[in-house]
Design a protein around this ligand. Structure first.
Ligand code: AMP
Length: 473
């Protein structure tokens, strides 16, 4: 693959020291400086390049999930697949890159995510693309693009994968993080809101989480929200000077988003704000009462949090969040709600929806199970001594792998002691000792590494004997 560099461009800089080409900050400082000292695309903080000898590390806020951790991830994914399937959901896999317009229209232009946190770039074809900051808009896009609703408008979909938000990284908050998302389209019945919450709580409990707190609220609809907005503006006007810059701007763009503000000065003012619940229309009130009734029928305890608005514009009526005290400051493990206008806003028919997203990293960080419980160790280590035995071991080891036996062996010609040490370190259950002498006598020694016992096996029936021993264990 090749790409052209416009060496005449005023934004290109060639560094002799690091033998690299960097993008020079735009004269006005660019758009991306965010005060955390890191560079934003085209922004002011372009960093010094690495020397050829330096290790290249991962991007700030982007984490590796190491082999010792992936067992937990796979376990959680399997549980999600099982439980969500039991509730009628099917998996959908969607791209991580979408047209920027999708999120602007879906999430709302005047939200923190769209205003400040998206990884957006101008593609070579001249189109603005964005690494998805959330999954709901993409799921709806796919639902519409493939007319999934035509066969049956009631569709239950889930997806698992990475999301990207350029937030300030801290414990429990990353720039690439993973979510498990469930979306239920085509039903506006309040029982469905309760059903999806039930599935969420059942799943979180099934993977071992305890002390979960469920908070719910009603965000009203397009009919009743304007009156609330007006009342909110009434309170905030005259208090602008006490608000942070962002909230002063929100006052004209999207006043409800002041509830997302984490600044203390704004918190004091917002504490006096009217309650959205006091403004909802009779349809929304009835819906909310029936959601609560259904949660009670499931014996799910919950609290009504009238200040919870969630950070995305598309929610209508029910909104919910699951928190746990074990997470510290970033205590929300999952959140979701109803979005009865989103499908239409994205150009589709008038179809209701409700869904949630679980923060995978946060869930993993409080999972009671330990990494070791998911450790996959070899069942057999073949310690081969001598050139003929090594040849036999190479073929035998790979045949056993193809028969489903997790097998490891030595390729370096270590001493028997060295090989046994490695088998021990790898926590192999058995070790097969195979030397040129054993080979000549058509036998091998199988050592039980836990019990310290050993038995002699005939080479003629070696594979069968090993599989039988592993099965009988
Ligand atoms: P949201 O998509 O904002 O409704 O978030 C749903 C869940 O995703 C939250 O409850 C968190 O558990 C998780 N989450 C959101 N943002 C981040 C982030 N930057 N890093 C890690 N987890 C996150």
């Amino acid at each position: 693959m090749s790409f052209a560099i416009d060496t005449q461009s005023p934004f290109l800089l060639y560094s002799r020291q690091t033998k690299g080409i960097f993008i020079k900050p735009e004269p006005d400082g660019g758009a991306g400086a965010d005060g955390d000292g890191s560079a934003a695309p085209g922004g002011a903080g372009v960093r010094k390049g690495l020397t050829d000898m330096e290790i290249i590390t991962s991007v700030k806020g982007f984490k590796d999930i190491l082999p010792q951790e992936t067992g937990k991830w796979q376990y959680v994914e399997e549980m999600a697949r099982k439980i969500f399937t039991d509730f009628g959901f099917r998996e959908i896999r969607i791209p991580i890159l979408e047209k920027t317009e999708l999120f602007k229209r879906g999430i709302g232009e005047a939200t923190d995510i769209v205003e400040k946190e998206m990884y957006t770039f101008l593609d070579r074809g001249g189109e603005y693309l964005t690494l998805r900051p959330e999954a709901t808009a993409s799921v709806i896009r796919a639902y519409l693009e493939h007319s999934i609703y035509a066969a049956d408008p009631v569709v239950r979909l889930f997806t698992i994968g990475p999301m990207f938000r350029r937030e300030r990284p801290q414990k429990g908050r990353y720039r690439q993080f993973h979510q498990i998302n469930a979306e239920l389209l085509g039903l506006d019945d309040p029982r469905i809101d309760a059903e999806i919450i039930l599935m969420l709580i059942h799943f979180l409990k099934s993977v071992g989480l305890a002390d979960l707190r469920l908070e719910i609220n009603s965000l009203g609809c397009r009919q009743c929200r304007p009156a609330f907005k007006e009342s909110l503006i009434g309170l905030l006007q005259g208090k602008e000077d006490g608000l942070c810059g962002d909230c002063q701007r929100r006052l004209t763009t999207n006043p409800i988003r002041v509830f997302d503000c984490k600044m203390e000065q704004c918190g004091r003012i917002i504490a006096q704000a009217p309650r959205l619940l006091d403004f909802i229309c009779s349809t929304c009130r009835d819906h909310f009462e029936r959601v609560k009734g259904s949660l009670n029928a499931f014996e799910l305890s919950f609290e009504v949090n009238t200040r919870m608005v969630r950070g995305l514009d598309y929610y209508t009526k029910t909104a919910f969040e699951v928190t746990t005290e074990f997470l510290g400051a970033q205590n929300a493990i999952a959140g979701g709600g109803r979005y009865d206008r989103l499908v239409k806003d994205l150009g589709g028919p008038d179809i209701a929806g409700v869904g949630f997203a679980i923060g995978f990293e946060r869930l993993i960080s409080i999972l009671p199970a330990k990494n070791e419980e998911f450790l996959v160790t070899p069942q057999l280590f073949i310690a081969a001594l001598g050139s003929q035995a090594q040849k036999t071991a190479f073929v035998l080891g790979n045949r056993l792998r193809m028969m489903g036996v997790r097998t490891e062996m030595d390729y370096t010609g270590k001493s028997l002691k060295g090989q046994m040490k490695r088998a021990d370190r790898l926590k192999s259950r058995y070790t097969l000792i195979l030397g040129d002498r054993e080979l000549a006598e058509k036998r091998a020694e199988l050592r039980d590494m836990e019990k310290g016992t050993q038995e002699t096996l005939s080479l003629n029936t070696l594979k069968e004997a090993i599989i039988k021993t592993l099965r009988e264990r």
